[in-house]
Ligand binder design. Structure first.
Ligand code: GZL
Length: 352
């Protein structure tokens, strides 16, 4: 059988291009961006990142995931392996072990809860793979088990919302003893839940509010509605609900209105005030502007650029800060509270 030399040569060329990745239009190698540095890259010049995400439980989480994928993309020189933990720690541990087996260059972890990470993070450390924490924190025996963390100060978020409620009460001559509040907590053991719940309990003691009950809404709208329905059946004097994220607040509002009550700040005349955290979705912005949610402590989900900058710095031998906190606002349409002060720092209350 006579094989045309030209065909054979073109086939050899295609194989060579595929093997060297040069045929890949977006690969750094093809773009001539391969440097002779010793930083971590795969054989095609990509930085491989294994990202273990909590799940897809909330608007905040989905916006966070999108931000991470947008930043850790092929055009920026990354080969991202994404895993949705579906809010289960065991899924995240399995994902991390897979990343280790794949010998990724970096592991990024958004830990669903704080405890239970010592073993798997030790395995990552033993494999020489840096772990970058994003959003929530881990409770480990040795902080060297992670390179750095970027996220929110959840206690500050909680203090801001509680100070807003205290300022609202003062402006409207409502005594602390008249506040009958329930807490729809986030996922129990998650940093955001720990911080926001702890500061609520401190404010309850400090301002004399009545904390009627606390139950987890798991940061979801469905569970938030279920928990609020239970609270409304159990207590006939609720006038404030503290929701540890927007989606729980949307669910709580559904339950409140289904019970025939209304949401708003006129708690002296039977309305139920809804407080929340995140403020990252259009629905949350609208809810604040319309007064259906009285106040939101902002929680910024856009960590993609921050994590990408951390990895880029590590690639260039620059040590990142161990802990990087993001700046956040407080949102409300209620005119009577213009600003709040937490630990000597004053925050202007903004319309989202
Ligand atoms: C906060 C984040 C929380 C959000 C929720 O940084 O961990 O988890 O407040 C999300 O919306 O589910």
């Amino acid at each position: 059988m006579k094989i045309k030399v030209k065909t054979l040569l073109s086939q050899i060329l295609i194989i060579v291009l595929l093997l060297t990745g040069c045929g890949r239009p977006d690969s750094p190698a093809a773009a001539g961006t391969r440097s002779n540095d010793t930083s971590k890259k795969d054989d095609k010049g990509y930085i491989t990142v294994g990202f273990s995400q909590v799940g897809a439980e909330s608007d905040w989480r989905n916006i966070n995931t999108e931000s991470m994928k947008d930043s850790l993309c092929a055009e920026n020189g990354y080969d991202l392996i994404y895993d949705d933990g579906q809010q289960k720690q065991q899924n995240q541990i399995t994902a991390i072990r897979t990343f280790i087996q794949k010998e990724v260059d970096y592991i990024v972890l958004a830990p669903v809860i704080e405890d239970g990470w010592n073993t798997v993070l030790t395995e990552a450390s033993d494999a020489g793979i840096p772990v970058i924490l994003v959003d929530r924190m881990v409770n480990v025996s040795d902080p060297d088990l992670f390179t750095c963390w970027v996220g929110s100060d959840f206690e500050l978020e909680g203090r801001k919302v509680c100070e807003w409620l205290n300022a609202f009460c003062k402006a409207n001559r409502i005594s602390g003893g008249e506040i009958n509040i329930v807490n729809i907590m986030g996922t129990e053991g998650a940093s955001a839940e720990i911080g926001r719940s702890r500061t609520l309990r401190e404010a309850v003691r400090q301002y004399g509010w009545n904390l009627l009950d606390e139950r987890s809404g798991e940061f979801t709208q469905a569970k938030g509605r279920e928990v609020m329905s239970q609270f409304l059946k159990q207590y006939n004097n609720i006038n404030v609900v503290y929701c540890e994220n927007d989606n729980e607040a949307f669910g709580a509002i559904d339950a409140i209105e289904a019970s025939g009550r209304t949401v708003g700040t006129d708690i002296k005349h039977g309305e139920i005030m809804v407080l929340a955290f995140d403020g990252s979705s259009d629905q949350a912005v609208e809810a604040v502007r319309s007064g259906r949610i009285s106040c939101i402590g902002e929680c910024n989900p856009l960590h993609g650029p921050r994590v990408e900058k951390i990895i880029r710095n590590l690639q260039n031998g620059i040590t990142p800060d161990k802990y990087e906190y993001v700046d956040e606002d407080i949102f409300s349409a209620e005119p009577c509270v213009k600003s709040i002060t937490v630990k000597g720092e004053t925050y202007t209350v903004k319309l989202p």
